[in-house]
Write a protein that binds this ligand. Sequence first.
Ligand SMILES: *Cc1c(COP(=O)(O)O)cnc(C)c1O
Length: 232
Amino acid sequence: MIKENVDDVESRVQAACSRAGRKREEVTLIAVSKTKPVSAIYEVMETGIKDYGENKVQELCDKIDIIKEPLNWHMIGHLQRNKVKYIVDKVKLIHSVDSLRLAEQISVEAQKKSVETDILIEVNVAEETSKFGLSTDEVVQLVRDIAKLPAVHIKGLMTVAPFTDNPEDNRPYFKNLKQLAVDIAGKNIDNVTMNELSMGMTGDYEVAIEEGATMVRVGTGIFGARIYAKNV
Ligand SMILES: *Cc1c(COP(=O)(O)O)cnc(C)c1O
């Protein structure tokens, strides 16, 4: 089941890359394993996928403790400042930085552990009030402020587009995020690169790749539907 899912996603990723005239290596497929057991992650690992996304610190740390193989773990969910210390030296990339205070905390904890932490700035391109992330006009100032912090490095932008049945609805948001990244890159801010665009989920990753995503975060499409048990 999981193997077939991965094959299907992989062929769609490849097709989207070729439609867009991009190389497959330009896009990292992140398997979003939140709520899924370690046994399911092992199944996905057998297909060769090395990048996994989690949105809760506790679950992320539990899984890292169990799975000894070297993997790239991505923190993709809202991050509280008091939990930064648990993950700063364990994750490849924190996708969900949306405030200076959070970035400052990452900087402090990274220095304590003598590591350098890479981050993305989360942008709420669709300006949905229910979502985390900054509006586009707040982003440039935040990037400038975070760029001055030691031990933390901005590598690009991330967005969670609206849930929709028609992925074409999200194309304008992906285009906007790409344009914002191009604009910021043009400002040549020290300690800032805009090489990563984390956008696209199960419902819309093909469109996101066509619009320049370098990382797509696919959960349901790989692991199947999530069941959220109560009180767990
Ligand atoms: C859960 C989640 C995903 C994956 O969602 P699917 O629709 O299951 O692919 C991607 N990004 C973030 C930030 C998530 O929380």
